[in-house]
Design a protein around this ligand. Structure first.
Ligand code: DC
Length: 215
């Protein structure tokens, strides 16, 4: 009889620019699991609301956009940058926006093999029964330094101090909101990536996954 593996759900949360996207993709590839970048959902809502000239701080307007979100919206080319991240963080405070996205994320996680999802509230709200919960973090200075270096490498003219201010403002909004604030789940394994290479982060995360799988 071929061995049938139980589905595996891996929830990865943490602040902006901590390296969770890189880790989540790599883990998903390695484990052969589908991957959902949940930040993309909020980014698409923020961008669609902005393009439509809506007030992002208006809960009803933002919720209406969230309720009409279609898979094709996630393929927009303008969702990756800092501006879309900022728009996402603003619409993400509205309870109606978050509620509109719950079923989609849970359905994704409930696939036959399981899934890797990254975001801010995966281990606390979306998948509280996830098999593995990781909270990936790093100091604001380290995250801002990494982001500044990435942008400089792309030839962008950016100042570390400005990026650090952005990182801190995003942390404050994501952690300070009433609905599903960013925080580690009580049973999450915290990985502080400040002094680790991406390979070391991956090795630690994989060790946690394998230990859970083993029993
Ligand atoms: O992970 P990211 O940088 O793409 O996320 C952009 C913003 O979206 C983030 O600052 C807050 C919001 N977000 C959220 O509130 N909950 C999630 N699960 C994912 C993202």
């Amino acid at each position: 009889m071929p061995e049938t593996r139980k589905p595996l759900v891996v929830a990865i949360d943490g602040p902006a620019a901590a390296g969770k996207g890189t880790l989540a993709k790599r883990l998903a590839d390695h484990l052969g699991l589908p991957y959902l970048d949940t930040g993309l959902l909020y980014r698409a809502i923020g961008k669609l609301a902005q393009v439509a000239g809506l007030d992002l701080d208006d809960p009803q307007a933002a919720t209406a956009v969230a309720e009409r979100l279609a898979p094709a919206d996630l393929g927009r080319p303008d969702l990756r940058g800092r501006e879309a991240g900022e728009l996402a963080s603003r619409v993400a405070i509205h309870p109606g926006v978050r509620a509109a996205l719950v079923a989609f994320q849970r359905d994704f996680a409930a696939g036959p093999a399981g899934a890797v999802l990254d975001g801010r509230d995966i281990g606390t709200v979306i998948c509280p029964d996830a098999d593995v919960k990781l909270y990936v973090t790093a100091s604001a200075e380290v995250r801002a330094r990494r982001r500044t270096d990435e942008l400089l490498a792309k030839g962008r003219d950016v100042a570390f101090e400005a990026i650090l201010d952005e990182v801190r403002a995003r942390d404050a909004r994501d952690s300070g909101r009433t609905e599903a604030p960013l925080r580690p789940a009580d049973d999450a394994v915290v990985i502080d990536t400040s002094a680790l290479t991406p390979d070391e982060v991956f090795a630690r995360a994989l060790a946690v996954v394998m230990a859970r799988r083993a029993g």
